[in-house]
Design a binder for this molecule. Structure first.
Ligand SMILES: Nc1ncnc2c1ncn2[C@@H]1O[C@H](COP(=O)(O)OP(=O)(O)OP(=O)(O)O)[C@@H](O)[C@H]1O
Ligand SMILES: [Mg+2]
Length: 302
């Protein structure tokens, strides 16, 4: 199967048919520098509708920076991003919803002074920052608009099973519930491209299992880019993986291919790359759980 391809079901006697689906998102040779640090170094990847592309790598590898570039929060120093056939240039955060791009933030990133339902409603604003500021400041708005947004927000919360908490403030809720609210907030705009930054972090095994079911269901309708350290989750939901280390893509492929790649093991564990081709089980075992590499907080030590 090609990077951006999906296999179609075929009749019993017919050979497997492969349909190449044009990528919805193409990142090409993107580089980002923060002072002397190369946070991203010539990174390229694709994501097509119908697939979950995992972006993995040790702490500080550049995963969140990649999401920030795609969403226009960070300007790349070089490279291009093409979305739905159009180059994304000088993208502003408020343009994401009309483009049907949504993301969850590392952590939860909810507005603590808004209720759960207000958090989801606020994300639906399609216009300028000023409008969101109005919402946050409680300035008057049309009650019909308000009602429409509330219905959509409640439906999204219901889908994640957290509508009962609609009138609560995020800070009063368990972390797992806050994560679900954050996901409901991303899904309410019916994205075509969904960027999930560590959605499983802090969740119980049971919550991670239901998250995996949800991601598999979502993948039928959209392209998902998933950053995650929880390797069992990554391996079970991703169709392809891109592995970042020190801002560079060091490996790409199916979860099995990546699991067996000694460069990946080396990146996670800081081991020397073996000289001989690797064919044993231990490298994969290294990726069987949640592994994070400690890096200095500044991240400027490279
Ligand atoms: N705004 C910024 N200014 C300066 N350096 C930054 C900035 N954002 C990120 N960095 C640095 O860029 C590097 C990549 O950071 P990034 O947050 O993208 O890593 P990550 O792969 O998401 O890590 P983690 O798994 O810990 O979330 C790190 O060294 C980080 O310290
Ligand atoms: Mg990150």
């Amino acid at each position: 199967m090609t990077a951006a391809g999906v296999a179609l079901e075929s009749g019993a006697s017919a050979p497997e048919t492969v349909l190449a689906v044009a990528p919805l998102l193409s990142v090409r040779q993107v580089s980002v520098r923060f002072g002397g640090l190369a946070a991203l170094d010539s990174v390229s990847l694709d994501a097509a509708p119908g697939e979950v592309v995992g972006v993995i790598g040790p702490n500080g590898a550049g995963k969140t920076t990649l999401f920030n570039v795609i969403c226009g929060f960070v300007r790349p120093d070089a490279g291009t991003i093409v979305y739905d056939g159009q180059p994304l240039r000088r993208l502003r955060p408020h343009q994401l919803i009309p483009l049907r791009i949504a993301r969850t933030l590392q952590g939860v990133g909810l507005w603590q002074s808004l209720t759960v339902v207000e958090n989801v409603m606020a994300s639906l604003h399609r216009r300028s920052r000023g409008d969101i500021a109005s919402a946050l400041l409680g300035l008057p708005r049309s009650s019909r608009d308000e009602q429409r947004l509330r219905v959509l927000a409640l439906a999204s919360l219901e889908r994640l099973g957290v509508a009962d908490h609609a009138e609560r403030y995020p800070g009063s809720l368990p972390y797992a519930v806050q994560k679900k609210v954050a996901l409901a907030r991303a899904l309410v705009s019916e994205p075509r491209l969904l960027l999930l930054d560590e959605p499983a972090s802090g969740l119980s095994e049971a919550d991670i299992e239901s998250l995996a079911t949800l991601v598999r269901e979502l993948r039928r309708h959209l392209a998902v880019l998933l950053v995650e350290h929880h390797m069992d989750f990554v391996m079970s939901v991703c169709d392809r993986l891109e592995v970042l280390d020190f801002g560079r893509v060091i490996a790409s492929g199916t979860p099995d291919e990546v699991r067996r790649n000694p460069l990946v093991t080396s990146a996670y564990l800081g081991e020397d790359v073996p000289g001989e081709p690797y064919d044993g089980p231990s490298a994969g075992a290294a990726l069987d759980s949640t592994i994070e590499r400690d890096v200095p907080e500044s991240g400027q030590s490279r």
